[in-house]
Ligand binder design. Sequence first.
Ligand code: E4P
Length: 220
Amino acid sequence: MKFFLDTANLDELKKGASWGIVDGVTTNPSLIAKEGKPIAEQIRAICDIVDGDISAEVVATEAQAMIREGRELARIHKNVVVKCPLTRDGIKATSALSKDGLRVNVTLCFSAGQALIAAKAGAYIISPFVGRLDDIGWTGMELIRSIMTIYKNYGFKTQVLAASLRSPTHVIDAGLAGAHIGTLPFKVLDMLFNHPLTDKGLEQFLKDYAKVFQETPVAG
Ligand code: E4P
């Protein structure tokens, strides 16, 4: 399972990247706006921190404009994956950009039928939003399971990226469902480390060691 960070914040990305477990990044217009820098500048800076797929989303809503914007975004860096929304125009743009050999992440997916459309358009990644479905009383993870089954049935190569993940449990459930990628807000990635028995166990190990030895084996 690949871990992406769902943030455009450079400090969070540097911290996550230093752990050696971040395979890519997803951004969206809201996350870019939060950082206050023009998208090209912010995406370039992100590409300098994380070596992997970096999703950058178009803000145009009409197909031809999306295609132009997508091509420009892809020129920023070889790792840029163009993100298009799951609209009729977005799918038209996805088909055209994919035929040109660009990698497209189709975003704002809320049904298995939409995921089928994205795969048929040649999407490199589909992004079903788990948390936002939970928010309206649905079971977001069911969508991940359905898409995995349908894609397997037909051998679609489109990678399933579980998006809008809000907790460590979401990440684990996405893994159990077989999602290829999970995109995590920094807070959720950080929370994944935590277990009280790890802290308790380490405290005891260090106490026992210190009872017998005063110095660490490799003194700094
Ligand atoms: C995915 O690419 C989106 O940026 C993201 O996961 C949306 O998450 P949210 O519902 O927490 O905003």
